[in-house]
Design a binder for this molecule. Structure first.
Ligand code: NG6
Ligand code: CA
Length: 501
């Protein structure tokens, strides 16, 4: 016993417990950030994290859409191992099991106070939610001491904030009802009352109207509780500042899910015209302001040297994601995916290859890193940083030295996912199996559906212009063999011309 105690005493002395903040943007592309070369959009605050920290040139989400990406970040597990980890409606049950080990639970075990603010999209409740009572299980049950969230996306009902499981501002005599099946009698929708719209839809998004914006799904009641999209950034920044202020004396872990630049893009009026690219660009300017507010507060409280800040995006960029907001018309020569091919929903690189910065003032020597890093790796890497060993088996890899810029070795391979279809990046190579299906969806983004195997060398051809599968058959075989072994037994539908061994 005495030996164990002295061992504990000895590790304690070496423990580092910086605050940790993970900021995850929604649909922000690799090319949307000026640190990666954007010229028409200026993101000075986000850039600061990259220019004064480690700027990752090969940073990844696991998935080309939100729910599966966030699932991997929270659980350290590949999302395609959970059949429920796909884009969720706003009334979906929590897809993380209460007994599952998670990133916030690991941080709690290490003595941290944990908070989740902003976009959630991992489900809450057990199905058939009564929004007029405390909704659980939710963020709390998977390890967050405090939470203030939008349940799914800013285009899905219910359009209310849920703080610690309770709808904010709900009045007893105006209960909320939500349905993804049918409308409530007498409630206006975009189809029955187009005259009520201040923003028009282009595909989907023609159900309930809230704040003049048509949504996905139907909702009734809760008038006072409904959010105003233009005020959402200020609202969440306020919550973030409160959380930091309240926890300035103790180690904290904060997950801040920015809602920008996901549709509907309705930044605050003071950002109107900030970029000349219309609401999409202005929403990115607003997101940059949010990041700046966090950094300024850390600075004011003297916490900057003691706080590790990680910035990334849940998936790649998209222009027309269902609203007529001039994202396409006003694009000019801006390239949201930078030099990468594809975007949100895509198996091509830009689906998951996203901005990725790690910043820790005074502790990280600024550098650009070529290491391949993934959001899923935060669990294993941060567990090493805070000295809290993992319990169980995970797909998360400990790449802490790469994250802190002490090594250029990241992960060797990453299986990535788009709509349940899997592909792989292995070293400099990217391999996409032939799934068939449409080349693009309604957003105009290329999906990566092909009739033959795609094989690309990203080092020489970052834009995936040249399919090398027939030129390098041995390389293709090697990667195929590895890919099928890694994904064996998991759902990877519609692969044409191949049978899983
Ligand atoms: C799609 C929506 C899209 C967006 C996406 C989720 C339609 C036509 N499209 O189904 O607008 O909400 O889901 O995006 O409804 S994500 O970034 O949260 O994954
Ligand atoms: Ca997203």
């Amino acid at each position: 016993m005495a030996g164990a105690l002295s061992f504990v005493g000895c590790t304690k002395a070496k423990e580092v417990k910086p605050n940790i903040i993970v900021i995850l943007a929604d649909d922000m592309g690799y090319g949307d950030v000026s640190a990666y070369g954007a010229k028409t959009i200026h993101t000075p605050n986000i850039d600061r994290l990259g220019n004064e920290g480690i700027k990752f040139m090969n940073g990844y989400a696991t998935s080309a859409t939100s729910t599966p990406s966030r699932y991997a970040l929270m659980t350290g597990m590949y999302p395609w191992k959970n059949k429920d980890a796909k884009i969720l409606p706003g009334d979906a049950p929590l897809i993380i099991q209460e007994e599952q080990y998670t990133l916030p639970k690991m941080m709690q075990a290490a003595g941290y106070t944990t908070g989740a603010i902003g976009k959630w999209h991992l489900g809450m409740g057990k199905g058939d939610i009564n929004w007029n009572e405390t909704v659980k299980p939710g963020a709390k049950e998977i390890g967050f001491d405090y939470s203030c969230l939008i349940a799914a996306t800013n285009d899905r009902v219910p359009t209310v904030f849920v703080e610690n499981g309770n709808v904010v501002g709900l009045e007893k005599d105006d209960p909320i009802e939500v349905s993804y099946k049918e409308n409530f009698e007498g409630e206006p929708t975009a189809l029955t009352h187009p005259e009520l719209l201040k923003m028009q839809w282009s595909h989907g998004h023609n159900n309930s109207i809230v704040n003049g914006i048509p949504r996905i799904g139907f909702m009734k009641g809760g008038e006072k509780a409904r959010w105003v999209d233009e005020d959402m950034a200020d609202y969440f920044v306020g919550k973030v500042k409160n959380f930091i202020q309240q926890n300035k004396e103790n180690p904290f872990f904060l997950y801040y899910g920015l809602h920008q630049p996901h549709v509907p893009r309705a930044p605050h009026q003071r950002f109107a015209g900030a970029t000349g690219l219309g609401p999409r660009g202005d929403a990115i300017a607003e997101a940059d302001w949010c990041v700046g507010e966090v950094l300024h507060q850390l600075e004011e409280l003297g916490l900057l040297e003691n706080t590790l800040v990680i910035f990334s995006s849940d998936n790649g960029p998209v222009l027309d994601d269902g609203y007529k907001d001039q994202a396409v018309e006003l694009l000019g020569d801006h390239t949201p995916a930078g030099p990468l091919r594809g975007g949100k929903y895509s198996l091509f690189d830009a689906g998951t290859h996203v901005p990725f910065f790690v910043y820790w003032k005074g502790r990280i020597t600024p550098a650009t890193s070529e290491a391949m890093v993934c959001q899923m790796d935060l669990l294993a890497s941060l567990s090493e940083l805070v000295g809290q060993p993992l319990q169980g088996e995970f797909d998360s890899e400990n790449i802490l030295s790469a994250l802190l810029g002490k090594s250029n070795e990241g992960r060797k391979s990453l299986v990535h996912e788009a709509s349940g279809k899997l592909a792989i990046r292995m070293g400099d190579w990217a391999m996409i199996p032939p799934y068939g299906g449409p080349g693009r969806n309604l957003t105009g983004n290329e999906l990566g559906n092909m009739t033959e195997f795609g094989l690309y060398n990203l080092k020489e051809d970052i834009g995936q212009k040249k399919n090398l599968s027939s030129q390098y058959p041995e390389k293709l075989e090697e990667i195929k063999e590895y890919f099928f072994r890694k994904t064996d037994g998991y759902y990877s539908p519609n692969i044409k011309e191949i049978t899983l061994k």
